[in-house]
Design a protein around this ligand. Structure first.
Ligand code: DQA
Length: 148
C-alpha cells in the first residue's frame, strides 16, 4: 500500500522558519522521519511539498488516480482558506489525516478554523514534527497496515 504525505506553503522553510514555534528540523528531516515510520508499517510513501494551492490539488487528485491508500496532509496556511483543497480531498474518498506542527488552537483565531477538518478522519496539532509519525501510525491502523 502507498500513502501520500503532503505539505503546504512555507513548510519548505522548516528549520529556518520561526524555530521557536516550528522547531529546528528541516523538511528533509521530516521526510526521513516519515520514510522510517512508513517502513515500520510496510507502507510505500510519496512525499511532496508545494507553495502553490493548485499544485497541492493536483497531488491530491494524483493520490486517487494512483490508488493510494490514504493521505497525511499539513495544508499549512491553506488549512484556513482553501475550499479547493477540501474539495480535492473529498473527491479522493481516501482516509485523510490532518497534521499541524503547532497547536493551532493556541494561536491567532484565524488559525482555529480548518476547512480540511471537514473531511479529515483524524487531526493532530501541537506534537511538533513528531506529529507526522503519529499521523502515519494512525493512518496505518485505519488501513490495516500492521507494524513489521
Ligand atoms: C501549520 C499551522 C498553520 O496555521 C500555518 O499557517 C502553517 C503551519 C502547522 O504545521 O502548525 O504554515 O499548519
Amino acid at each position: 500500500q502507498t500513502i501520500y504525505v503532503l505539505n503546504g506553503p512555507n513548510l519548505n522553510m522548516l528549520g529556518v522558519r520561526e524555530p521557536a514555534k516550528y522547531g529546528s528540523a528541516t523538511l528533509k528531516d521530516v521526510e526521513s522521519l516519515c520514510a522510517d515510520t512508513c517502513k515500520r508499517f510496510g507502507l510505500d510513501m510519496v512525499f511532496r511539498q508545494s507553495n502553490i494551492e493548485g499544485e497541492l490539488v493536483t497531488f491530491i487528485q494524483e493520490a486517487r488516480i494512483n490508488k493510494a491508500s490514504g493521505i497525511v496532509i499539513n495544508p499549512a496556511a491553506y488549512t484556513h482558506t482553501s475550499v479547493a483543497i477540501l474539495d480535492a480531498l473529498t473527491l479522493t474518498e481516501l482516509p485523510v489525516i490532518e497534521i499541524h506542527i503547532t497547536n493551532v488552537h493556541q494561536r491567532e483565531s484565524f488559525r482555529h478554523h480548518s476547512y480540511v477538518s471537514k473531511v479529515a478522519r483524524g487531526v493532530l496539532a501541537g506534537f511538533g514534527v513528531q506529529g507526522y509519525a503519529l499521523a502515519i501510525e494512525g493512518l496505518a491502523g485505519m488501513i490495516g497496515a500492521k507494524e513489521r
